[in-house]
Design a binder for this molecule. Structure first.
Ligand SMILES: [Zn+2]
Length: 463
């Protein structure tokens, strides 16, 4: 059996791994977009390492673009096999691929290149895509494949592949054993080789249990001061987690009722997928299932407004504070949140709450860093950021809550490996930057007595 690292090697994005069995049959696990400063990095414009027509099937761990974003390009380059994922992953993928088509074409134009695919390729790709449940075994070209819950986002999976008498597990992006909304990740008992997500290989996350109390405090304070609470949030998973927590806080009277807006067409479409699967206990955690059984629509509460159209979005301005606005993008790199930030960042009664990691260079990071600097200087003086070409003074409170990560931290990653450590021959560290991998590599060697490997891009390994 030969394994080749097409992406996700010494980098977080571009997840893609090729397996070729002794009979020469090939399958691909994920086919993600390489992302960085650009949504679609230059690397994506290079041809695939081998003829995509020779690949029998693609197995998809989950719907984030850095795991699915090149599948329509694979189709365009001749792939005609089947694509398999869990049902929510397929639904999310269709929405996210269509949503990303515009930015792909804009960026391709900037680079003077043709787009890597067009709408027609997405439509044809979706025709090849089959839905499979967790633990439904798929046999194809001498491989046997099984999806396990990865607890990262709704429908996310780790994929166990058996072939040539060997067992290889691809973690996908791994979440926590216990999560606030979706069902926690499963353990896998036996594997000879594991590829593990090392996005947060060096870190230990902030305590998850406190975050809801912190969220409650932030809401209460902003309502009390009569301001606007702005929450830049990623459309997939983070928005639904916040809605689920808000649902509980509002319906149990822990926070006063004020208008809450989800001002993101993408988040609204993706929330509809969560609602679609919310009847199925395999996807959600016990508390969420209990609420659902009791008849609570967990993403719906009084005074919640989903603003799909631009017209509806503009009407938010006319609603008097206090109010809560959740919108994309999660790092304030674009999207409707910018309009609200421009309007309310200069307001000292308002607040902006960050619930995700803010990458260097993003507007979100500039707001966070600016606020830290202003506070450290002991100066009450505010600072400013540029939005739509205008200098906007930041007088609103700047807040951040950790503990909302949907990636496992170092102890949780080691735990996942521990359940299969007896049979493990090698662990390949993927989806991470080298500075995150080093500390995880040491712990795997020292604590689990298993050989860790940090593969290079395009590296081939015989298993
Ligand atoms: Zn992911």
């Amino acid at each position: 059996m030969k394994l080749t690292f097409w992406g996700g090697a010494k980098m977080v994005t571009g997840s893609s791994f090729l397996l070729e069995n002794d009979a020469g049959k090939r399958i691909l696990i994920d086919c993600g977009l390489h992302q960085g400063a650009r949504y679609c990095e230059k690397h994506n414009f290079e041809p695939f390492p081998l003829d995509p027509a020779s690949i029998e099937a693609v197995f998809v761990t989950h719907a984030h673009i850095d795991h699915i974003g090149r599948i329509p390009q694979l189709y365009r380059a001749g792939f005609r096999g089947k694509i398999y994922s869990t049902p929510p992953t397929k639904d999310f993928a269709e929405t996210l691929l269509i949503d990303s088509e515009h930015i792909l074409s804009v960026e391709a134009r900037e680079l003077g290149m043709p787009p890597i695919y067009e709408l027609q390729d997405i439509n044809e790709t979706m025709k090849l895509w089959q839905k499979v449940s967790y633990h439904e075994k798929i046999e194809t070209a001498g491989f046997e494949i099984e999806f396990y819950n990865a607890g990262h986002i709704l429908g996310s999976a780790s994929i166990l592949v058996k072939g040539d008498g060997k067992k290889i597990v691809f973690s996908g992006d791994l979440g926590h054993p216990v999560t606030p909304l979706i069902r926690g990740r499963e353990e896998i008992q036996e594997a000879d080789y594991a590829l593990i997500d090392s996005t947060y290989g060096s870190r230990i996350h902030e305590d998850q249990t406190k975050r809801k109390d912190l969220f409650e405090d932030v809401i209460k304070e902003t309502i009390k001061s009569g301001g606007v609470l702005m929450i830049p949030a990623f459309a997939l998973e983070r928005t639904q987690e916040l809605l689920y927590e808000l649902n509980d806080l509002v319906e149990n009277g822990r926070v006063p009722r004020v208008p809450v807006f989800v001002d993101s067409p993408l988040a609204i479409k993706l929330t509809a997928v969560y609602k679609k699967y919310s009847k199925d206990p395999i996807y959600f955690d016990e508390a969420a299932i209990e609420s659902l059984r009791a008849g609570d629509a967990i993403f719906d509460f009084p005074d919640l407004h989903l603003t799909l159209t631009t017209e509806q979005s503009k009407q938010i301005n006319g609603i008097a504070p206090p109010k809560i606005i959740m919108a994309g993008s999660g790092m304030s790199q674009g999207g409707r949140i910018l309009h609200h930030e421009k309007r309310y960042l200069p307001d000292p009664k308002s607040a902006i709450l960050f619930v995700s990691f803010q990458a260097i260079g993003s507007l979100g990071r500039r707001i966070l860093d600016g606020s830290k600097k202003a506070k450290a200087g002991g100066s009450p003086k505010d600072f400013s950021v540029k939005i739509f070409g205008e200098e906007i003074p930041v007088k609103a409170r700047v807040l951040a809550i950790g503990g909302y990560s949907s990636h496992a931290d170092q102890p949780a990653l080691l735990d996942w490996l521990r359940s299969m450590k007896l049979g493990l021959k090698k662990v390949f560290l993927v989806h991470g930057e080298e500075k995150e991998m080093g500390p995880l590599e040491d712990r795997i060697r020292d604590e689990l007595a298993v050989e860790p490997v940090i593969p290079a891009l395009r590296q081939e390994v015989i298993l």
